[in-house]
Write a protein that binds this ligand. Sequence first.
Ligand code: CUA
Length: 171
Amino acid sequence: MSETGASSAFEDAFHKAAERHERAWVFLAVTMLTLLLAGTMFLVVYAYGIVVRTDGFRRDPAALDAPEGSVVKTGPNAYTVTVVAHLWRWSPSPLRIPKGATVTFRVTSADVLHGFAIQGTTVNVTAVPGITGSVTYTFNRPGTFNIVCNEYCGLEHQGMLGRIVVTGDPA
Ligand code: CUA
């Protein structure tokens, strides 16, 4: 009887000690994760300046330095085109340019995220409201190129098509 009593007293003490250790280690792990998360957030915001620019996303795309859909000739056969994505169309479309034209597309969105991709080319830029992306491409062969939206943007996403017509004659 005395032997069983001693063993049970030892077991009780053992379990209590084990529980204390478990609590301590769980506390330590949670504290480390919390500090890591908070530290990372402070680092990202204050050291790298990465923040969600809510102002930028609210900025009126009409305030861009070039008017929507504008085509500006910048060289003998070079153009800068300001492309604005809307639910659910591209502006300008259709865009007519001569063969061999080098076009810099400045791409933004008037509403939500869209994806500006020209089929059969390497052009692929995300259209972000309040932010202007830029890509340059030279159209060396005549033909009709489709602009597709490759970022899901709602009900008519799949029908959001535009057109670039490259005419046969160089400028
Ligand atoms: Cu615009 Cu999908």
